[in-house]
Design a protein around this ligand. Structure first.
Ligand SMILES: [Zn+2]
Length: 115
C-alpha cells in the first residue's frame, strides 16, 4: 500500500521543517498537493497519516489533501487539455500524439499551518 510510505514521508518532512526552525509552534494542519497521476487515494493517505502520526509529535494533526488534475500539453500546437476518467494523450485540437504531462505528478507539502 503505497499511501503508507507517502504518509511516512510527509511526517518526516514536517518533522524536518520543525527541526530546522522553518515551522515554529504547534502544527495544526498540513496541506498537501497530490496529482492524480500518483494514483494516491486521499482517504487512504489521510487514514495512514493518522495512524502513523498517532504516536509522535504530529498526533492529531489534520492532513488536507488537494487533488491536482492531470493536465496534458500538446507540444505541436501548445493546446492544453485535462484528463478526467479516460486516459487521452492525443491532442483534441490538432491530433498530435506529441504531448506531455503538465500537472498531475505533484506530491508535495503546500503549506503547514500552526496554532
Ligand atoms: Zn495539438
Amino acid at each position: 500500500m503505497h499511501e503508507a510510505s507517502i504518509a511516512q514521508n510527509v511526517i518526516e518532512s514536517v518533522l524536518r521543517l520543525i527541526a530546522d526552525g522553518t515551522v515554529q509552534g504547534k502544527v495544526a494542519r498540513v496541506y498537501l498537493k497530490v496529482g492524480k497521476l500518483t494514483a494516491v487515494v486521499p482517504d487512504n493517505l489521510q487514514f495512514m497519516f493518522g495512524v502513523l502520526a498517532e504516536e509522535g509529535p504530529l498526533a492529531g494533526v489534520k492532513l488536507e489533501i488537494e487533488e491536482v488534475p492531470i493536465r496534458v500539453r500538446c507540444k505541436a500546437c501548445e493546446e492544453a487539455f485535462e484528463m478526467h476518467e479516460e486516459i487521452r494523450l492525443i491532442c483534441p485540437k490538432c491530433g498530435s500524439a506529441d504531448t506531455r504531462f503538465e500537472t498531475g505528478r505533484e506530491l508535495l507539502i503546500d503549506a503547514v499551518e500552526v496554532d
